[in-house]
Design a binder for this molecule. Structure first.
Ligand code: ADE
Length: 230
């Protein structure tokens, strides 16, 4: 799967993509991450990428030309026929595990990171297919949300996680939050591990984990619990 990122701050992506599971996925060739600096595509002699909003108001707006030319370059060089272009914005649909799972089946995803007050609406009307928010709060730009999308999508692609890191039992996979985990030592600061986990009785362990999942979900996320009961 190929991610193509349109951004004014390409450096932001390097450190995250060069560590741990993301790095391994890139090295294995399971994912590819191409980063494009929108400023490089500006026709303006000063490489300007923003301007004052028509109608007045606070802040600057990203102009359409550099974004459109970056987009055109991406779809032409990679021969992308039906581009999925995700614009990261607090106005978008809230990201979740189902969206991540659906997107993990695509060959190419183009991510558009905004800055300043936003981007010219005509770019959204012209090229954007999906608007996604990562939650009800406002960030300074779309770069962190883009990384969150890439991470949440990539780990669902076959071969990215190894057996130990499997996502079969994790939170949201069955609309329940995950049960608590314990490892060595058996006692830490006078706190012990639940006996059942040391019992070797796999059926009992499974029951305990399921009960804990249900208890935690009911307590913390009644909305999810309702969904799980359906
Ligand atoms: N850009 C700024 N804030 C954002 C958010 N919450 N989600 C996605 N993109 C954003």
């Amino acid at each position: 799967m190929r991610f193509h990122i349109m951004t004014l701050f390409p450096e932001i992506f390097n450190s995250y993509m060069n560590e741990s599971i993301m790095k391994r996925a890139v090295e294995k060739g399971i994912i590819e991450v191409n980063i494009y600096n929108i400023r490089d595509f500006s026709n303006n002699k000063h490489k300007k990428v923003d301007d004052y909003p028509f109608g007045g108001g606070a802040g600057m707006v990203m102009t359409p030309q550099p974004i459109y030319d970056t987009y055109k370059h991406i779809i032409d060089t990679h021969n992308i026929k039906e581009p999925r272009v995700v614009y990261l914005t607090p106005k978008g649909k809230t990201h979740n595990q189902t969206i991540a799972s659906d997107m993990s089946k695509l060959d190419d995803v183009i991510l558009l990171c905004g800055h300043y007050e936003g981007i010219d609406q005509r770019i959204i009307d012209l090229i954007v297919t999906d608007e996604i928010s990562i939650g009800d709060y406002v960030l300074t730009g779309g770069e962190l949300p883009a990384l969150i999308l890439i991470d949440s999508i990539s780990r669902l692609i076959s071969g990215v996680l190894n057996q130990d890191e499997s996502f079969e039992e994790e939170s949201f996979s069955n609309d329940l939050l995950e049960y608590p985990h314990y490892t060595r030592p058996r006692e830490f600061m006078e706190m012990t591990v639940p006996d059942v986990l040391l019992s070797g009785n796999h059926k009992k362990i499974e029951e305990w984990r399921n009960d804990e999942s249900v208890r935690i979900t009911k307590e913390r996320r009644p909305d999810l619990y309702k969904k799980a009961c359906k």
